[in-house]
Design a protein around this ligand. Structure first.
Ligand code: T4K
Length: 374
């Protein structure tokens, strides 16, 4: 076994050249304007709109506040059907809006919400479906929309991992009512911290813009109970320096994905989670499932063994959100209702995945994983 000299983390943010960022910051300093919809904010919004093929976009200070605002903007209430297999922010955003999350089990292959299990969870209180394109793998968007249309429900997607994902040539955010993107440093495209909502309905724009700015209409009128969701000029100008680097980074990651896949392809203990046919991959994470050979050689064993080699993989997303103390007493949180999610949470492992890691390091990490599981 070969130990890496330096710790290898699951991801590393894309860092533009400092002088390029400083160049953008000089404009900010000159403008003497640091927040509240300044020039950098306006420019980034336009650049992202073009890059993402977004009909409407609103920038935020992080993805979680963006999701809270999306839920407010659609006036959701009662119950929302969602996935237990995500980052805590997804469900917490419902709870902070006084909405009861109703956990739905997953599709075995995509690890996204299973459309065949949604309808039995709908009650007279259900107002929406909140799916997560986990690891950038798209939900079954067409089936979910059909269910929503049949029952008069809204659809929100947590697309935190799905910057650049496309289905059949359509940008991921063209599906559902609103999609939330995270621009945290661990994301392919980032603004240090940040996020965005992308949506088709032009009429939502004004309401979302009010909601993210305390509900202020003008100096004398506050018309909604809004929040502070504004992206600063410092964040926006960082985003403007990162954006031109994103496609090259995605291409490097695609190459690394191919290396991992080739090394794992004949191993029956390792299943690669892939986005499926006709999908452009966001290349946000590279995630596998470790099919335990016996009680000892399982995901946790692989995770620990990799650590001894200075390789820090992550168990995204273990534990399930439905097992958190704040949700575990909900009826839908019972393990017996979520067998696919329970099994996935025990098996998933995200391996180091970022462009500057390089092909040799990835070959070596993949080789070590194979040795551990064999
Ligand atoms: N929905 C979903 C599905 C999400 O995954 C997330 C966030 C959200 C909603 C909420 O969006 P935001 O409100 O965050 O915009 C990280 C991120 O903090 C979190 O944004 C992300 N999901 C989640 C999947 O990953 P942790 O607790 O794993 O972060 P941390 O600090 O352990 O970082 C992971 C690795 O990244 C480290 O091992 C090293 C590397 N790293 C991290 C940072 C921050 C760096 O190299 N440099 C850095 O600056 O949550």
């Amino acid at each position: 076994m070969k130990k890496f000299n330096e710790p290898i983390q699951v991801t590393r943010p894309l860092f533009p050249r400092l002088k390029d960022y400083v160049g953008n910051l000089e404009d900010v300093w000159e403008s003497q304007w640091l927040s509240n919809g300044g020039k950098q904010h306006q420019l980034l919004e336009k650049e992202l709109q073009a890059h993402m093929g977004a009909p409407n976009i609103s920038l935020f200070n992080n993805g979680t506040i963006a999701l809270l605002t999306a839920i407010q903007s659609l006036r959701l209430q009662g119950e929302v059907i969602t996935t237990p297999f995500s980052f805590p922010a997804t469900t917490h955003a419902l709870q902070w809006n006084n909405i009861t999350p109703v956990f739905c089990d997953l599709d075995e292959h995509r690890l996204t919400i299973d459309p065949l299990k949604i309808e039995s969870l709908i009650t007279s209180k259900t107002s929406a479906i909140l799916g997560v394109h986990v690891y950038g793998v798209p939900c079954h968007v067409r089936e979910i929309q059909q269910i929503a249309d049949r029952h008069g429900l809204r659809v929100i997607y947590d697309a935190a991992h799905a910057f650049g994902t496309q289905i059949g040539g359509h940008p991921i955010a063209s599906f559902g009512d609103i999609s939330m993107f995270s621009f945290h440093p661990t994301k392919l495209f980032h603004t240090g911290e940040g996020g965005a909502l992308v949506y088709n309905d032009d009429n939502l724009k004004q309401r979302i813009e009010y909601l993210k700015n305390f509900g202020i209409k003008n100096e004398e009128e506050v018309i909604l109970p809004g929040i502070n969701g504004k992206m600063s000029e410092v964040q926006a100008s960082l985003g403007r320096t990162v954006l031109p680097l994103v496609e090259e980074e995605r291409a490097k990651r695609a190459q690394l994905r191919a290396v991992y896949k080739e090394i794992f392809k004949l191993n029956e203990n390792i299943v690669v989670i892939d986005p499926g046919e006709d999908v452009v991959n966001s290349e946000q994470y590279f995630c596998i499932r470790i099919k335990a050979k016996d009680n000892e050689i399982n995901r946790d064993y692989v995770y620990e063994q990799l650590k001894t080699l200075n390789i820090f993989s992550r168990k995204y997303f273990y534990p399930l959100i439905s097992s958190y103390p704040c949700y575990k007493n909900l009826k839908s949180a019972e393990s017996s209702n979520l067998p696919v999610a329970e099994q996935a949470a025990k098996e998933v492992l995200c391996l180091p995945f970022y462009g500057s890691l390089g092909v040799d390091a990835v070959s070596s990490i993949a080789g070590e994983v194979v040795k551990i599981v064999n």
